[in-house]
Design a protein around this ligand. Structure first.
Ligand SMILES: *Cc1c(COP(=O)(O)O)cnc(C)c1O
Length: 432
């Protein structure tokens, strides 16, 4: 399949080219030129998540040099589970996406992208440096996914003192082909530095650069697999479609669910849960789309004032009225996040990370409004990643899962850097 740009429906780019380039040539985002249609019968009844991923992504990879590698890439990227856990309240499940190396859903996309990039960089190529600005979770997932891969390097910029100590530790604990830069500045400063480098032709004549942010097709496409896998399983057991309540910042994870549904998977309603950053809530309430500066919240991986995948949502729903009718958006403030973590879903003792808590609170609103159908709350991170917020609220220690504990046991180091573009260029050139 070829890929078009959100800004030019007639343009055509190969998948491999789109994966390396990140943005489309006209500054838009890459989108599939057509959407394949599936029925549940297209997926073998006992399929693993890797098997579902390979079947689902096959039409998107058709004709691309990576097509022959797709099964292997899926097997590598989807080698940990995404269980759909029934909760002891009616019609409600938890889709746990936090069983990967850094205990957040971004592990799926980052590992898939790494598998693709590794195969696209042959040994004769100069090393490719993946530049990532992170407010915490993205950088760790990308670092874990690319760690130890030949001919690929990762440089992660994070705002010193503004990520949690555990997040900082995860960023600095890899070493080898991964470098963590602790920048004296904000996340926006980090992102500005990365964007400037990615559009600097002079720098890129010396240093081959690419990105791995949430607009990357190599992260977006594989994320459809866990929605397909869980919805298919639910469909076979119950004959009913499964709805999803998805914690949302840049709309990367949510867009994967929307695409999977558009491809015919048995997915019911999709509800979006944001934190107090209200740009989506205001648009869906009828206002014009108006990006704004982000505000800091307890669900910091969703502190987004201009969701980068919004352009893809508009490509799927060119009519604003139809778009507004298709989804419900619930903005959840910090007070409600705290209450939700403390209550643990009607006192049942389930512990949620602050992002997942937004989805829990949104579903509680939907239920109060009379929604009786089957829903899955999408759990985007393990609560132990945010222990400084969660533990005081639940009144006990939340032990990290084994993979995360292993990372926290390693020594960590991050290089200091001023929030200064010349300093970043010097650093990147010296590493060559
Ligand atoms: C990144 C992240 C989100 C938001 O995902 P988007 O794709 O940006 O909408 C939600 N929860 C956690 C834990 C995250 O790391």
């Amino acid at each position: 399949m070829k890929f078009a740009s959100t800004r030019d429906a007639g343009s055509r780019t190969d998948l491999s080219t789109a994966l390396i380039a990140g943005l489309a040539g006209d500054g838009g985002l890459h989108v599939p030129s057509t959407l394949p249609r599936f029925t549940p019968a297209d997926f073998a009844a006992d399929d693993s998540i890797a098997g579902v991923a390979a079947r689902l992504l096959q039409p998107f990879f058709e004709g691309d040099p990576l097509a022959d590698e797709l099964i292997a890439i899926c097997a590598e990227a989807f080698d940990f589970p995404a269980p759909l856990k029934p909760l002891p309240v009616g019609q409600t499940h938890l889709l746990e996406l936090f069983h990967g190396p850094t205990a957040a859903f971004k592990d799926f996309g980052a590992r898939f992208l790494a598998g693709c990039m590794q195969r696209l960089r042959t040994s004769v190529d100069a090393p490719l440096t993946i530049l990532v600005a992170t407010s915490g979770d993205t950088g760790a997932a990308v670092a874990a996914a690319f760690h130890g891969l030949a001919n690929l390097r990762v440089v992660v910029l994070y705002p010193e003192g503004r990520v949690s100590p555990r997040q900082a530790h995860q960023l600095g604990c890899f070493g080898n082909n991964i470098t963590a830069l602790r920048v004296t500045g904000s996340f926006d400063d980090c992102q500005r530095l990365v964007k400037q480098a990615l559009s600097d032709r002079e720098l890129q004549a010396d240093v081959a650069l690419s990105s791995a942010n949430s607009i990357s097709l190599g992260r977006l496409l594989p994320q459809m697999a866990y929605y397909a896998h869980s919805a298919l399983g639910h469909w076979r057991r119950t004959g009913a479609p499964l709805g999803f309540v998805i914690p949302t910042g840049n709309l990367g994870n949510a867009l994967a669910a929307i695409l999977a549904r558009a491809c015919g998977l048995p997915i019911g309603e999709i509800a979006l849960a944001t934190n107090a950053n209200r740009v989506l809530a205001q648009f869906f309430a009828g206002a014009n789309y108006a990006p704004m500066p982000s505000v800091a919240t307890l669900a910091n991986a969703m502190d987004v004032g201009a969701p980068s995948n919004f352009e893809r949502l508009r490509w799927l729903y060119p009519d604003d009225h139809a778009l507004r009718a298709a989804f419900a958006v619930h903005a959840i403030d910090d007070t409600t996040i705290r209450e939700t973590i403390r209550n643990g879903l009607q006192g049942l003792g389930e512990i949620f990370c602050p992002h997942t808590a937004c989805a829990v609170a949104a579903l509680e609103k939907l239920r109060r409004g009379g929604a009786t159908q089957d829903w899955a709350i999408v759990a985007t991170a393990h609560p132990a990643k945010f222990e400084q917020i969660v533990e005081p609220l639940v009144g006990r220690v939340v032990p990290p899962p084994k993979a995360l504990a292993d990372l926290l046991d390693r020594p960590a180091y991050a290089e200091p850097m001023a929030s200064d573009y010349a300093a970043l260029c010097t650093f990147l050139r010296q590493r060559e």
